[in-house]
Design a protein around this ligand. Structure first.
Ligand SMILES: Nc1nc2c(ncn2[C@@H]2O[C@H](COP(=O)(O)OP(=O)(O)O)[C@@H](O)[C@H]2O)c(=O)[nH]1
Ligand SMILES: [Mg+2]
Length: 436
């Protein structure tokens, strides 16, 4: 396969000690030679004086990765240049002159996928790893890059195709040596697969929450101390704090890291009835935001009268009692609560520790999650629906069951971008000694 040769700066733009330009494509070797980098041993670093038309460009460390053992599967190279803007620009211009074109975003990884170096889920993992800002995000992306997610899907798909092979045998050899109840044999296979798919989907959105951030929302009455707590947790004066009830109107989001996990914390308007249309809208937004929370902190100042927030709060919300420095009587201890003061800092450490423990409970698990994106969840849900339809059809029509099973296998294949069902079907079929 011939494709044009591409290059891109692989390190962040700007001034640095080293800048790496990466190349991929069949023209890589020729471009390197023209620039003065010849006699390179595969995958070994060599120092070369790069130049073009008699102009010196840089003294660079050059690495060549011949196809197919490279990131993209094509001839690749890395130029480790001195990281000055002028050097990088001049080398880039020289490459363009030699017919090497600047790469589109994601083009190297796209080529890696197209050349079978990785599947779609792994390509997504590359993007996630580059975007990872917390240790948990990095660990999850690394597991996915390693193929953990792809293997889970391949396992589901293998079971589906096993069931499909049994059903197809019933269709193709209706009255040969194949036992009559062959399609029935597919029942138990499908039953256990359905349980596996349900388990994968019932993961509490762990993978997506690690990747996108766990949503914690502060709710409570006006003046309970929500915005003060918000500022304390994000360690800056992000929200306006005043003694005037109804100060906060918009939902205010801040990203932070707790215990190695990405968290989006939201401060909201105090829940109360109001005639002010702006505040009414703020309260509506507060409620909507709280609906999508993974965890809600019900913020209460002891001694303040109970209002709408008490009715809105749920047993699973964490009760945070504020203004502990004021020594007000604590409410009846009918639920777990953490007392804090943003004046003295009392209790903030305990709250932080409680949150870190809660995140670890909710987001870490022995099993690697099968779902790290909405895209995966959608396909898995489709596959489950088709598998369930196939299970019902099994009792009446092997043909219908076959159609449903193909649909289910297709949905799963879309997650990893695997090739058509037919190829794998042949493989699976060959292990069944049908009609022989
Ligand atoms: N003494 C004391 N006052 C606080 C504390 N936290 C907040 N306040 C005061 O309570 C009032 C309302 O605080 P604010 O954070 O705006 O509450 P919100 O309406 O729930 O966002 C302000 O006057 C704050 O200074 C605290 O820990 N101790
Ligand atoms: Mg506020």
């Amino acid at each position: 396969m011939t494709s044009d040769t591409i290059f891109a700066l692989a390190t962040p733009p700007g001034r640095g000690a080293i800048a790496i330009i990466r190349l991929s494509g069949s023209g890589t070797g020729r471009a390197l030679e023209t620039l003065g980098a010849s006699n390179l041993k595969p995958r070994m670093a060599s120092l070369r004086a790069l130049g073009m038309d008699g102009h010196a460009l840089d003294q660079a460390l050059v690495l060549r990765f011949p196809a197919p053992n490279s990131y993209t599967g094509e001839d690749c190279a890395e130029l480790h240049l001195h990281g000055g803007r002028a050097v990088v620009e001049a080398v880039g211009e020289a490459l363009v002159t030699l017919g090497v074109r600047p790469a589109e975003p994601g083009e190297f990884t796209r080529r890696a996928f197209e050349n079978g170096r990785m599947d779609l889920a792994q390509a997504e993992a590359v993007a996630d790893l580059i975007d990872a800002e917390t240790t948990a995000q990095a660990a999850q992306a690394l597991g996915q890059l390693d193929g953990a997610l792809s293997q889970a899907y391949a396992g589901f798909r293998r079971d589906l195709l096993k069931a499909l092979a049994l059903v197809e045998a019933e269709i193709d050899f209706p009255d040969e040596e194949v036992p009559d109840n062959l399609a029935r044999a597919a029942g138990p296979v499908l039953d256990s697969l359905i349980v596996d798919l349900q388990t994968a989907l019932a993961d509490g959105r762990r993978g997506e929450r690690v990747r996108e951030g766990y949503r914690i929302v502060l709710i409570g009455e006006t003046n309970a101390g929500k915005s003060s707590l918000f500022n304390a947790l994000v360690a800056r004066e992000a929200a306006i704090v005043t003694p005037i009830a109804g100060t906060t109107r918009d939902v205010l989001d801040a990203d932070l890291v707790i215990g190695g996990y990405a968290v989006t914390l939201s401060d909201t308007a105090g829940l109360r009835d109001s005639n002010d249309p702006i505040e009414v809208e703020g309260v509506r937004r507060a409620r909507a935001c709280a609906e999508h929370a993974d965890l809600r902190l019900w913020v209460r100042a002891p001694g303040d009268p109970e209002g709408p927030a008490a009715r809105f709060a749920r047993p699973e919300d964490l009760l945070v009692l504020t203004k502990s420095d004021l020594d007000r009587p604590a409410p009846p201890a009918d639920r777990h609560a953490i007392s804090v003061s943003t004046r003295t800092g009392e209790g903030l450490g305990a709250l932080h520790d409680w949150l870190a423990a809660r995140l670890a409970t909710d987001l870490s698990g022995a099993d690697f999650p099968a779902v790290t994106r909405e895209r995966h969840r959608r396909r898995l849900t489709e596959a489950l629906a088709s598998a369930q339809a196939a299970r019902l059809a099994l009792e009446v029509s092997p043909e219908l069951a076959g159609d449903d099973l193909r649909r289910a296998a297709d949905s799963l294949a879309r997650v990893t971008g695997a090739i058509g069902v037919e190829d794998i079907l042949g493989e699976v079929f060959s292990t069944f000694c049908i009609g022989k």
